[in-house]
Design a protein around this ligand. Structure first.
Ligand code: ADP
Length: 261
């Protein structure tokens, strides 16, 4: 039988991610563009993922779009909520997962996963930037630090600095005031990570955490946040280098299941 190719597209609020899977188990191509819904990001990510492996849209046996901006991709075979896709992607990466913490660009979600990898329940913060990637993006800009370097700087922290405001706008003023007092940037960054961890831990405790606990989404790449969350929750958190692709990967996996049916 011919190889089955499925395309998963995750149109996030902040980034566009695509994954092409062969036979539901082998990643043949992936792409990531750092702009999301309402921008050229989704079409650029789709072009890149296809160009990377020399296939065209027509070569795909099934395409599935997920994420905040999934409705803008109208030519796909199916559109589906990112909650289901994240659950599926996390289960593929970590078959023993029971809780997923997903921190993306504009929201944070905690998902309960059953024994077969299906979504059981969830809680979500999409009302406020605190505890999301947006909070970190704003703070990184004020601190004139690249988002990729937050982790490295926080590791060099030697003193505890509390960022007490829960509102992003007030927290930004707090950071500016700390900088004006010549507080070490590394200590401020660790304080910012602890602030994000505090917000997300509060969310996670609302549905109850069951091991294995997995973190997905772009922010999972910042080990400073992962470590702060581990300290806050007193549990080990598993991450994958594919963390930001989890939704797109889940979409491609579900596309394969639909194709088989
Ligand atoms: P969405 O699906 O909502 O678009 P993502 O899961 O793609 O969100 O995550 C986007 C967020 O990930 C950004 O707001 C940014 O804060 C964070 N991020 C992206 N890349 C990195 C990185 N290399 N290190 C740390 N954080 C990152």
């Amino acid at each position: 039988m011919d190889k089955v190719l499925t395309l998963g597209i995750d149109v996030g609020s902040t980034a566009s991610k695509c994954v092409i899977l062969q036979d539901g188990n082998k990643i043949v191509s992936k792409s990531l563009i750092h702009v999301g819904a309402g921008t050229s990001g989704p079409s650029r990510a789709i072009k890149e993922v296809l160009d990377n492996c020399g296939f065209s849209k027509e070569d795909m046996d099934y395409s599935l779009a997920t994420g905040y901006g999934r409705n803008s991709i109208d030519w796909v075979d199916y559109q589906m909520s990112e909650l289901t896709c994240h659950a599926k992607g996390a289960y593929f990466l970590f078959p023993n997962v029971h809780t997923v913490i997903d921190i993306g660009g504009q929201d944070a979600k905690v998902l309960g996963i059953d024994e077969r990898g299906y979504l059981k329940n969830f809680v979500m913060n999409d009302k406020c930037a605190a505890g999301t990637g947006r909070f970190l993006d704003v703070m990184a800009r004020v601190l004139e630090v690249d988002i990729n370097d937050l982790e490295r700087y926080s590791e060099m922290s030697t003193k505890t600095v509390n960022i007490s405001s829960t509102c992003t706008v007030f927290a930004e003023s707090e950071v500016i005031s700390q900088l004006a007092q010549s507080t070490d940037r590394c200590d401020i960054i660790r304080g910012i990570h602890r602030s994000v961890a505090g917000r997300v831990a509060g969310l996670a405790k609302r549905i109850g955490i069951q091991d294995a606990l997995v973190m997905t989404g772009g922010v999972a790449q910042n080990k400073g946040v992962v470590k702060a969350l581990e300290e806050e929750l007193g549990r080990e958190i598993f991450t994958s280098p594919l963390a930001q692709y989890t939704g797109a990967l889940g979409a491609a996996l579900i596309a394969y299941e639909k194709c088989k049916k």
